[in-house]
Ligand binder design. Sequence first.
Ligand code: SF4
Length: 162
Amino acid sequence: MVGVTPLDVSTADVAKIAEAIKPAGMYNIRSKTLKQVATRVLEQYNGDLTTIVSKPYPEARKALMSLPGVGEKTADVVLLFNAGKTVIPIDRHIARIAKRLELVPKNAPYDAIRLALEEVTPPQNYLDAHIKLIQFGRDTCRAQNPKCIQCILNDICPYHPQ
Ligand code: SF4
């Protein structure tokens, strides 16, 4: 088998996992969680999540979220990228953009943001929307000092001081 397996991760030293994922940030916490998840996937699912992710979205998501450290966003990312489910995972960039554009209220929870974006996006474009919104949040609609002057949405954005 090619790549890193749950068995590899569950038997690896936490320090080695941390070293391997260093560029992703928060590696000390994430390395411990990864080891826990790999162990659970091995014990509970025989190292293979195919049966889980093949289930209908709500069921698959619930099963993934029962794993250590797996929240709504992580479960949705796995389901979109690995199982082709029609879902738009919401990360901090996407949440910020949706709130600034007032697509959702400022205190909207994860699923309210996800549903609002899914409603206005054709399902075949969910993956593209997820990737491009994150890029837009990194490049233009940044948390600090958003580049509103050059933003193509500044004439319709309530956040942008006209
Ligand atoms: S105008 Fe500013 S706040 Fe509004 S979407 Fe563009 S960058 Fe974000």
